[in-house]
Design a protein around this ligand. Structure first.
Ligand code: F2R
Ligand code: MG
Ligand code: MG
Length: 298
């Protein structure tokens, strides 16, 4: 289990940093790039916010939204150049000026709140910490999302990704059926059915992108990341495949990396990539500390 906690956090960082090299690419590759020429792997906001969430869960022994909001702000101020989405920094500045985490400030930026994938991309630590209780996991994922992404489709995307991490951690054999029973929003149910259809057709990349999406919206990226994990037999193949789909590649590969890292553990992550990942030691320690916090919470 400890190896899987570590593998999940490092999996986010590997997917994010490899994917960041193609983020926004509209083209779909016919076959995955093997990244042989890459010397160092630097991660973006996806990993920076995952770190913030893991740190807060460890320090507070569970989800404390006020503490989490403070940590997101502190980490952003240390590293504002991580390539954050447009909405969150505006919200961080409002918190700094005294606004509350409960204010759902994203509703002032987007009608009905943000349905960007920014809350799903960082949610993996909740999938690990609350892996024994789907309902606690759902409530924690919703609450963590509400700070910056209060639209129901973002909250649901975060819960779905967290639950996928929990099921992968446990090597659950009824993965898709359990995801289907868990989700409440129709668009996610529709896309989970499409995942089933495409599992035997993974080379139809254009059709997969058309039907599942590869965009910045939670509903156009969370199901795609789950598909990339299920359609490939190893961590490496899943990440390269995710990146080959183009679009929001850092985030789709980060979310796929979270699930695949939880499934295969640290041993399943390619050493050739681990050697080049930024902050490898800190991410490893964070996985260990999150595992200890999880044990204490039981
Ligand atoms: N920001 C980026 N990539 C840009 C390139 C960065 C560059 N490399 C650099 O160096 O700076 N990536 C990161 O942003 C995504 C996560 O974004 P998040 O946190 O969800 O942001 P936001 O602003 O809440 O939403 C993102 C977009 O979604 C659309 N949207 C959201 N809600 C909407 C609504 N209600 N109606 C219409 N559209 C809505 C908007 O287009 C938002 O701008 C990740 O990819 C991460 O890697
Ligand atoms: Mg990013
Ligand atoms: Mg992205």
């Amino acid at each position: 289990m400890e190896s899987k906690f570590i593998g999940c956090l490092l999996g986010v960082a590997l997917g994010d940093s490899l994917g960041a090299r193609r983020e926004g690419a509209l083209s779909i590759l016919d076959k995955p790039n093997n990244f042989k020429d890459v010397i160092s792997l630097n991660y973006t906001d996806d990993t920076a916010m995952t770190i913030g969430l893991a740190e807060s869960l460890i320090e507070k022994n569970g989800l404390d939204p006020e503490h989490l909001a403070r940590r997101f702000l502190e980490n952003y101020e240390k590293e504002p150049w991580r390539g954050y989405g447009p909405g969150p920094p505006t919200i961080f500045f409002s918190w700094k000026r005294g606004a509350s985490w409960q204010d759902e400030l994203d509703k002032k930026i987007y009608p009905g709140g943000s349905f960007g994938n920014g809350s799903a991309m960082r949610v993996a630590p909740i999938g690990l910490f609350y892996c024994d209780s789907p309902e606690q996991l759902r409530q924690a994922a919703y609450l963590s999302s509400r700070l910056t992404h209060s639209h129901p489709l973002a909250m649901e995307g975060a819960a779905l990704l967290a639950y996928a991490v929990a099921l992968a951690l446990k090597e659950d054999q009824d993965f898709l059926d359990k995801l289907m029973a868990f989700v409440e929003q129709d668009i996610y149910k529709l896309k989970i059915n499409k995942i089933k259809y495409f599992l035997s057709r993974k080379d139809n990349r254009r059709e997969i992108v058309r039907e599942l999406g590869h965009g910045i919206e939670a509903f156009n990226s969370v199901p795609t990341a789950i598909f990339c994990f299920l359609a490939n037999p190893t961590f490496e193949e899943a990440i390269l495949y995710a990146i080959s789909l183009g679009g929001d590649t850092d985030t789709i590969a980060a979310m796929c990396g979270a699930i695949a890292g939880a499934r295969y553990g640290l041993e399943g992550l390619p050493e050739k990539w681990l050697q080049r990942i930024e902050n490898r030691n800190y991410l490893t320690q964070l996985g260990q500390r999150l595992y200890e916090a999880y044990l204490r919470s039981k």
